[in-house]
Ligand binder design. Structure first.
Ligand code: AMP
Length: 283
């Protein structure tokens, strides 16, 4: 596996691959890799001749006061694990080269960025869309795999690709979970052993919601109340949002009569965890 930091070096290698007619799969990440990331990498490998994984903790997608500085990083460990996965290139550009002095161009996917995490993380999806477009321009992938764990991010990227006529196919990948159901996340490392026990509240709440809907409760305001009470009965938890939205437009709904995305953001101690599930009511 090659490790490339320089943008021009990455572009040159991609040109060479394209010249040879090789297809290219891409998995953008912020590193501190886990099985969720590796599942995306394996999917990219199935679909392409060459696979690039990027590791870049993107400063412009963190709002002031968020965890940019303390976001977990371990490039040496990630490198060894990606090598084992048979990845061709680990691309880890430097912040100074991605955002040199004078940088001032940003991508905004408007409506899809307004609700859910967008409401609480100012500028987050502008940061995400901007870095992903830059990475797509550098790596020029045929396909790119994104996890449904970050469901709103996936929708924002799909919309950007469509709106800006990008030649990349976005491949969604289902959420990879720990044995007890907790969605894998680099941020799970923030959890103390006691908080880790409470973190299961998110997954349990998604299942509880499905159960309640299938028992006939379709009213979102009542479902939200019950879920908040349920989640906050676990120690160290504080709900940031519980939203029921249309899975494509991400607009809030009042009743769960159609397939509906339930999205959660919950603080467990200092860790802000998210999870989601599409709830399909049995008629
Ligand atoms: P991150 O490094 O957290 O920015 O994530 C990089 C990519 O991995 C994104 O497309 C995420 O949605 C995806 N991802 C992270 N955790 C999981 C998970 N538990 N299951 C599936 N995909 C994930």
């Amino acid at each position: 596996m090659e490790v490339i930091e320089s943008i021009s070096e990455m572009k040159n290698l991609v040109k060479e691959w394209k010249r040879r007619g090789l297809s290219l799969g891409f998995v953008p990440t912020m590193g501190y890799l886990h099985e969720g990331h590796f599942a995306l990498v394996r999917r990219a490998k199935e679909l392409s001749d060459r696979v690039v994984v990027s590791i870049f903790v993107n400063p412009i997608q963190f709002a002031p006061g968020e965890d940019y500085q303390r976001y977990p990083r371990d490039l040496e460990r990630d490198k060894a694990l990606l090598e084992k996965e048979g990845v061709d290139v680990l691309f880890s550009p430097k912040v100074e080269e991605m955002y040199p002095p004078g940088f001032q161009t940003y991508v905004e996917v408007k409506e899809l960025s307004l609700g859910l995490c967008g409401r609480y993380r100012a500028g987050h999806f502008v940061g995400v869309a901007t870095v992903v477009l830059k990475l797509f321009n550098i790596v020029q992938p045929d396909i790119a795999v994104f996890g449904e764990k970050d469901y709103q991010q996936l929708k924002v990227i799909q919309r950007m690709v469509q709106d800006l006529n990008l030649d990349v196919k976005i491949i969604p990948h289902p959420i990879v979970r720990e044995e007890d159901g907790l969605a894998m996340s680099s941020r799970n490392t923030y959890l103390s052993p006691e908080e880790r026990k409470s973190a299961i509240a998110l997954y349990k709440a998604l299942n509880l919601a499905e159960e309640l809907v299938n028992q006939g409760e379709r009213r979102v305001n009542l479902l939200k109340e019950k879920l908040k009470e349920f989640i906050e009965s676990f120690p160290y938890t504080k709900v940031q949002y519980i939203e029921f939205v249309h899975p494509e437009t991400l607009k809030e709904v009042e009743r769960v009569d159609e397939p509906t995305l339930l999205a959660l953001a919950v603080f467990v101690g200092k860790a802000r965890l998210i999870d989601n599930k599409i709830i399909i009511p049995k008629s």
